[in-house]
Design a protein around this ligand. Sequence first.
Ligand code: FMN
Length: 192
Amino acid sequence: MSRTSVESIGNFYQHYPKVAAIVTASAGGKKNAMAVAWHSSVSREPPLYGVSIATKRFTYRLILQSSEFGINFLPFEAAELVASVGGSGGGEIDKFQRFAIPEERPLKTSVPVLKDAYAAYECKVVDNKTYGDHVWVVGEIVAVHFADNAFTDEGVLDLTKLSPALYLGAELYATTDRQSVRLLDRETYGRR
Ligand SMILES: Cc1cc2nc3c(=O)[nH]c(=O)nc-3n(C[C@H](O)[C@H](O)[C@H](O)COP(=O)(O)O)c2cc1C
């Protein structure tokens, strides 16, 4: 296979697909939701989750005001909702009203928890650091919501029951192939 080696990132999609998620926040009587592809678990103890958000996002303002955010993981059927909240500004419209987004009651914060999410974390901000044109916002997970039937007894997403929304870049969404799951025990494979 021929390869290209260059110094520029182009559209920066080389490391995708990413799980498409929705970050939520509320402050001063306003609530909002935005799509995120740049997010990650950071620590197990304490449980920390990070999201990379451009400072111009309306959601960022709400997170700064409230020091809280929610991160919601959506099934492929809800990919259109991801595109909707990722293509509109909370400064101009009430996305919850416009896109008729159903919510569930949060447990420990005032962030909107999306009913369509197969899993959601409520986070309290513990750190906030600017890297280039984005801010890496890290929150401690203070509550977890998940659909009981979407996970196996081991807490693994059950792909026979649920297909996660993945983002490929360039407005393209995809999901997993249910037949592709392989059990590869790390100890066995580490000894090979
Ligand atoms: C699939 C997808 C992923 C995105 N990922 C991010 C991201 O990780 N960080 C970010 O700042 N913006 C991201 N965006 C852009 C924001 O979701 C978008 O600008 C949104 O309109 C911001 O809304 P707000 O201004 O109401 O907060 C993404 C958009 C899409 C469609």
